[in-house]
Each structure stands twice: as structure tokens, then as C-alpha cells.
Design a protein around this ligand. Sequence first.
Ligand code: NHW
Ligand code: EN5
Length: 388
Amino acid sequence: RHAFWETQPVGQFRDIGDTSFPEGPIEPPTPLSAVKQEPYNLPALYEWITCDMDTEEMCTEVYILLMNNYVEDDENMFRFNYSKEFLQWALRPPGYFKSWHIGVRVKSSKKLVAFITGVPARIRVHGDIVSMAEVNFLCVHKKLRSKRLAPVLIKEVTRRIHLENIWQAAYTAGIVIPTPIATCQYWHRSLNPKKLIDVGFSRLGARMTMSRTIKLYKLPDSTITPGFRKMELRDVPAVTRLIRGYLSRFVVAPDFDENDVEHWILPTQNVVDSYVVESPEVHEITDFCSFYTLPSTILGNPNYKTLKAAYSYYTVATKTPLIQLMNDALIVARREEYDVFNALDVMENESFLKELKFGPGDGKLHYYLYNYRLRHPMKPSELGLVLL
Ligand code: NHW
Ligand code: EN5
């Protein structure tokens, strides 16, 4: 069934429910000298490259490969269109390795036809902080699909991660492979319902007219929570304290320090947006919310080219009711002309989704760990990790 994944140190379907395995690494690390020193073989027409994401040229090549060949929904109506600025942000966090940004070119034409990446992260699983790679942006050009190139890319990124003495990884996918640690549901909150309906992202509900639908999703022009403002550099220590305290409740979550928060949470124009609540009385940061920007290309629509989507990222509410904080996030997203606000049912998100008029999407997101076994699969609400 899974000729490749059955050979890998991941939980196997046949072992589900078997609690005799201990939690933790499936295989021990090997000495670095035992890690293969040469890249895996590619078919003769292709060659490996390490992508220098500092250069505009390389970023543009990667951007174009993904724009034309990355993830689509099940009916091929939309395709993720990560921006160049987003890719630079996602791929160059504190301590990143350039050698983990891997491309495949056609030798003769030098055309980029495949890509895979890792970035380093400390991820806590129950009580253990594990050095991992977050693997993302696996992509093979549409014309080279089903030739078993993906397993070669995965083995090569694994090899280069091992060379940095890292032996575990976390990743997400829309497909089921051996074996998810959690399966999450995508939810969508319409901000621009007319466009969403026009492009086939959503449908007019039963007994609903367009004008009733627009009214249903209408939001106020300004936020409601006193002291709600964009996060600034000076907020990093307070936001780090909030997020560390909050994430400690979940079974799997990143172990963020101030450098990580500065990179991953501090606003970056058109990439990630974060808002804090500064209590007007004592000037203390009591809450924050964040979302990242990931547009999708609308495939084959004569009137619209892109769907502007915000994805809920990390949110911590200690004083403001979570529903009110997220409603303010919706208000700023609408004001900044996002068409839709997406969220997974991770962390405490279930508690606001229905009330704030999110509806379940047709997509699921499965979470995976490489070379780390969990004794029990998790509920989405036990997950404190959002991957891009
Ligand atoms: S998920 C998004 C993945 N990308 C896309 O869906 C883009 C559009 N599709 C494509 O480009 C986020 C191709 O269809 C791809 C597969 C390249 C997906 N994860 O070459 P073959 C991520 O980037 C397995 C894992 O013939 P293809 C996360 C598949 O099950 N495995 O297929 C990435 C089969 O193996 P099996 C996937 O369609 C995490 C084999 O590939 C997969 O031409 C990567 C078939 O290969 C997926 N999304 O190319 C794992 N899709 O055993 C990281 C297919 O079933 C692991 N496959 O026979 C950790 C590594 C680091 C460890 C460090 C210690
Ligand atoms: C992770 N780093 O399927 C990368 N998206 O629901 C891998 N559906 O947008 C992630 N099909 O339901 C891969 N509209 C997994 C995600 C792949 C992309 C994907 C889904 C998630 C999605 C939309 C459009 C469906 C178009 C036809 C959807 C319904 C919205 C509606 C709004 C009003 C209230 C009810 C729901």
C-alpha cells in the first residue's frame, strides 16, 4: 500500500492501538560519520541544488514553481500562492540551514522542477523538548508526477537534516499516510461573501439571498477591545511570556523563546500580522492574536485572479474573552481586504468557530511526526502547533 512509508521510522497503521511501544524516538541516532555523505541518486536528467533564498532570483524561481505546481483543493479550483516575502520568512527563521532548502533542476535547461525544505524548531511532546525539522513545500512539477521522485526528495532532506544531528521532524499534509498524530478540520469565515460565492469558494445557503448573506457576515468597521493595537518589537518579551504559558497546556507545541517570537509573531508586512491588547489601566499585555497571509490563485475564473486568505496562527487570551479577541481579528482582516479567514480546530479554536460564523470546509489537515511515536493519537484541541 505505501511502498515508501512502510520503510520509514514512522508509526505504521498495523501498530495503531498497540500501547506496548514506549513513547519517543522509533530509531536511535547514528554517529554522524555513519550518515551517507553523498546525495541520493536522481534520474540522470536531473541535478540537486541548494537554494539560496537570500537572492531575489532563487526566490523568484521557487515562487514560480510553487505558484504553478503546489497544493490545490480536491476540485482543483484553487491553488496556494505563497508570496516571495512569505517564503523568505518561512524558510529563514533563527538558526536555519541553507542546506535544507533543496531544489531539483533539469540539467540541460536548468529549469527548477522540484523542491523540499526543512527549518529547525524545538517542539515539546508531553514533557520532552525535541530538536526537530519542520518539513514543508514538498513539490514536484505537474509533468513529473507519479515517478517516485517524492521519496527521493524526502530521503535527501532527511539526510541533510541528519547531518546537522537532528533525528525527528514534524509535517502536515492534506493526504493520509502512515500515520497521523492528529487530524484537524479546516473552518472558513466569509469576509467577502459575494466574491467567495462568485468564484465557487462557497455557496449561497438554502433559503438565502445574496443580500441576506452579505448582511449575515457584516462586521463593524472598528475593533471593540480597548487597547487592541498592532504588536511592536517592544512587546516581544510580554508576548513570549504569554505564548509560553499558554502553549505549555498542549501535548505537542513549539518551545518558543524571544528570538522565535520576534521572527514568527512580530508583524511582517503581507506575511504575518499580530495584535496585542494593552490594558489601558496598567499598560500590561494581556492578550494577543495573529494570522498569516496566504493567497490562493483562483483557477479559470474570468473575473477574479486571487483569493486573499488570512489563516489563524497563535492566539492567547488571558483577560479578553477569546470570542471577542477573534472577532476583533476578523474586523481587522475584513478592513485589510481579506476575502476569508481560515482556522483549524486546534488549541481552543472550537470554542469560537461556530459563534463567529465559521463553517467547516471540505479539507482536512493531518499532522505527522517522523521518528517519534506517540502512545495515543491526539484530539485537535490537544495540538498547540500551527505549520505554514
Ligand atoms: S503537504 C503538501 C505536499 N505538496 C503538494 O501536495 C503539492 C502538489 N503535489 C505534488 O507536488 C506539506 C506531488 O504530488 C508530491 C508527491 C510532491 C506531493 N507528504 O513521487 P511520487 C508538505 O510539504 C508519498 C509525504 O510518485 P508525486 C509536507 C506517497 O504517499 N509523502 O508522488 C511534506 C507515496 O509514498 P507511498 C507524500 O505525486 C512532508 C510517494 O510519495 C506526500 O509525484 C514530507 C509517491 O511519490 C506528502 N504530501 O509527488 C515528509 N505526497 O509510501 C517529510 C505523496 O505511499 C518527512 N507522498 O508509496 C520528514 C523528513 C525529515 C526527517 C528528519 C529526521
Ligand atoms: C500545509 N502546510 O483543500 C499544506 N482547502 O477546507 C498542506 N475548501 O479551502 C495542506 N473544493 O471548503 C493541504 N469552502 C490541505 C489543504 C488543501 C486545500 C484545501 C480547503 C479547506 C478549502 C474551500 C473551498 C472548496 C472549493 C471546492 C471550502 C467552503 C467555505 C464555506 C464558507 C461559508 C461557511 C461554510 C463553509
